[in-house]
Design a protein around this ligand. Structure first.
Ligand SMILES: Cc1cc2nc3c(=O)[nH]c(=O)nc-3n(C[C@H](O)[C@H](O)[C@H](O)COP(=O)(O)OP(=O)(O)OC[C@H]3O[C@@H](n4cnc5c(N)ncnc54)[C@H](O)[C@@H]3O)c2cc1C
Length: 283
């Protein structure tokens, strides 16, 4: 997508192709930009986001959740939060939204080749990591990587991306471990914080890169635990959420001391965040 001055601020129209209800709070939308009858190619890197808008509902950043090998459409997984996301949850196939982007610094995929990959996600935080996982699975450079996912949800009913989780397990390529904060009588899996799963998988910190995304409290606990396990701060990669306006590093609404989350992030290594109070920074 071109990034001339007008293109930065002018939304393009994207059409909803399909809607998947992940749970009562999260829906995944497949969208495509179109010029006439032809779908427009949309290229991005995992970890990047788009600014989504709807008339009278404002605009908000949403991470791209699909594989970067798919260029005719892309997925956005959206959790009910406020005005825009509520309006998005009533979208049907054929409806339209405004899209600016893709924006932001992505995950450093080239640096992940040949390492063990440990994904740690909570709730909707799996959305940007889903993009990395699907992109790695589609990329032959990652065919020998050992991939592990630790995914935490509030309750069994809150587990999202069930179709992906089942497909990844079935493929044998992704070792998935789930936990919930609060179990139910029929839940036979793990109960507890996602950090408790680290004992089960015992990652080797010398050959593993950890990618972490979720609520601020979860990120803070996971970063502390990975540090205790001996991970190098350069090998712990996370994403930060800040309220954004322009999305392109002009308005400074999302500033974090000298950094702008929209332009310098949202992806940061722990090494880059040291000295900042992560719990206050992540929402
Ligand atoms: C890089 C990035 C990627 C994201 N990716 C996703 C994603 O993939 N999926 C997803 O569902 N969400 C994602 N988000 C979060 C999403 O952008 C927010 O939840 C957004 O606020 C939703 O817009 P809304 O209009 O529905 O809700 P809003 O009206 O913005 O309200 C949401 C909540 O934020 C509070 N709030 C509103 N404005 C402010 C403000 N200026 N300062 C502090 N609090 C405020 C409200 O009180 C409310 O509790 C992402 C955010 C960032 C920064």
């Amino acid at each position: 997508m071109e990034h001339n001055a007008a293109g930065l601020y002018l939304p393009k129209t994207a059409k909803v192709q399909s809607v998947i209800e992940e749970n009562s709070q999260i829906k995944t939308f497949a969208l495509s930009l179109s010029m006439g009858a032809q779908p427009t190619v949309f290229r991005f890197q995992p970890g990047q986001f788009v600014m989504v808008s709807m008339p009278h509902c404002g605009e908000a950043p949403i991470s791209i959740a699909s594989s970067n090998s798919r260029t005719d459409s892309f997925d956005l997984s959206v959790r009910l939060a406020g005005r825009l996301t509520s309006a998005m949850h009533s979208l049907q196939p054929g409806d339209s939204v405004g899209i600016r982007g893709p924006f932001g610094r992505p995950f450093p995929l080239d640096k992940l080749v040949g390492t063990d990959l440990l994904f740690i996600a909570g709730g909707i935080g799996l959305a940007p990591l889903r993009s990395v996982i699907l992109s790695c699975l589609a990329d032959p450079r990652f065919s020998d990587n050992r991939i592990t996912l630790l995914y935490g949800s509030r309750s069994p009913a809150d587990i999202a991306f069930c179709t992906d989780l089942a497909a990844w397990e079935k493929s044998g390529r992704v070792d998935c471990h789930l936990t919930v904060d609060h179990g139910t009588p029929d839940w036979k899996g793990s109960v507890g914080l996602v950090t408790s799963l680290l004992d089960t998988v015992a990652p080797n910190p010398t050959r593993t890169k950890a990618l972490v995304c979720g609520p601020g409290l979860m990120i803070r606990a996971v970063l502390a635990e990975l540090t205790c396990l001996g991970f190098d701060p350069n090998d712990i990669i996370t994403t930060l959420e800040r309220h954004m306006k322009c999305g392109v590093g002009v308005c400074r609404h999302c500033h974090l001391d000298d950094k702008l989350v929209c332009r310098d992030g949202p992806v940061f290594t722990l090494a880059e965040l040291q000295g900042h109070e992560v719990m206050e920074l992540a929402t």
